[in-house]
Ligand binder design. Structure first.
Ligand code: NAD
Length: 375
């Protein structure tokens, strides 16, 4: 059978002045490996990016997530570029199969030395240990081999709580008594809820891939986290009322936190939100046009790569041999500075937070590029 080559303009349809530097398709049928790696920009240093396992993968989504990492790493002032890898498969596949696929992926990227893999949806510190074992290059490792387990300590959730604290006065909000809703009560969502409730917020709604719950008087975060950690679902929490996943979008609250999939807030449901702040825990959870609508509706949106950089900052500290307490200190310092910089620029220049954040990140990437032979 003859294969039709994609037209060159299709192959480069995402290319712009920043990247991507390379897009690689990895295929190893005997081991069940089918993956895409996009290394977007490496001007500031080797690219750090998550390795995700998802049933549906596409070059477009992989590129958008890689670009988000370029901006996130630059905005955080890390000496790392951005990348993303997506492996096709069921994130809940049996552990032996996952190990085989991940090890095959690691061998396939052995020569791509400007890519450092980190954990993402469907992968964790054990998966990073397998990659490290194969090629000596990954972050988000288990403690026993020098890692700072970023999901266990809640590095991203901690950073989100710092961003929320800085952002609150920009929408006339106080975290004390603020009602929060978390879509996706996983590693990011549960720790964001934990740190925010420690600052006085009240969790009034939560969901996972199986269902959603709501309780205006407050959901006990530690109890819900215990259920999830034991392999249960949010719907197993007996003291809140089960609601339809779509109803979570319109649950009245002060801060709505997407912490699951990309593109969950779109032009079709953005008008149903009833909140003051959209604190973006997931990567690209709001489409471009929905984000514009949020601003028109007066909902303060804290862009993903500013608010959710805690995990990658932690990974970069680990890569440089730093400690857990040092990582948390650096996360607080960087996220606090960047959130106030972006929201002040947005307010003073009368632009939306996203362009203000992109401007901050892009200037840093361009400065790094100007120091390289290829600009
Ligand atoms: P996770 O797998 O630990 O948690 C994801 C949660 O979302 C799970 O509880 C899952 O059941 C739920 N979920 C999946 N689909 C859903 C849906 N349609 N509706 C509601 N809930 C749904 O993953 P994570 O590490 O918490 O990552 C969540 C998001 O945050 C991803 O977009 C990831 O890329 C992003 N992110 C993660 C980190 C990190 O440090 N882990 C850092 C930055 C960004």
């Amino acid at each position: 059978m003859q294969r039709e080559m994609p037209k060159s303009e299709d192959m480069f349809r995402f290319a712009d002045h920043l990247g991507p530097e390379k897009t690689i398709h990895l295929y190893e049928p005997a081991l069940g490996l089918k993956a895409i790696l996009v290394v977007d920009n490496v001007a500031a240093g080797p690219a750090i990016g998550g390795t995700r396992i998802a049933p549906g993968i596409s070059v477009e989504e992989c590129f958008r997530l890689a670009r988000a990492m370029t901006f996130k790493n630059a905005a955080a002032g890390l000496h790392h570029g951005g990348a993303k890898a997506m492996i096709a498969g069921d994130p809940a596949m049996p552990p032996e199969q996952k190990e085989e696929v991940i090890r095959a992926f690691a061998k396939a990227i052995a020569d791509v030395t400007d890519f450092i893999a980190g954990p993402d949806m469907g992968t964790n510190e054990i998966a990073m240990a397998w990659i490290h074992d194969e090629i000596g290059r990954s972050v988000g490792l288990p403690r026993e081999i020098g890692g700072i387990p970023l999901d266990e300590i809640g590095a991203t959730g901690f950073g989100l709580s710092v961003a929320a604290e800085v952002a609150a006065p920009f929408c006339e909000l106080s975290l004390e008594g603020a009602h929060i809703v978390v879509q996706g009560f996983g590693a990011v969502g549960k720790h964001a809820a934990r740190f925010l409730t420690e600052k006085g917020a009240v969790l009034v709604g939560a969901s996972d891939s199986r269902g959603a719950i709501a309780d205006e008087s407050g959901i006990e975060v530690a109890a819900l986290a215990k259920i999830k950690d034991a392999g249960g679902h949010v719907s197993d929490y007996a003291f809140a009322k089960p609601i339809n996943a779509e109803a979570l979008v319109e649950l009245p609250c002060d801060i709505w936190i997407p912490a699951a999939r990309p593109d969950v807030i779109t032009i079709d449901n953005v008008d149903r939100l009833d909140c003051k702040m959209m604190l973006q825990g997931a990567n690209i959870p709001v489409t471009e046009e929905a984000e514009v609508k949020l601003a028109e509706r007066g909902i303060l949106s804290v862009p993903d790569f500013v608010a959710n950089a805690g995990g990658v900052i932690c990974a970069a500290v680990e890569y440089q041999g730093g400690t857990q307490s040092g990582a948390l200190e650096i996360i607080a310092e960087k996220i606090s500075f960047n959130t106030s910089h972006v929201l002040e620029t947005s307010r003073d220049d009368r632009i939306h937070p996203r362009p203000a954040a992109v401007d901050l990140a892009e200037k840093r990437v361009r400065r790094a590029m100007s120091l390289r032979r290829w600009r």
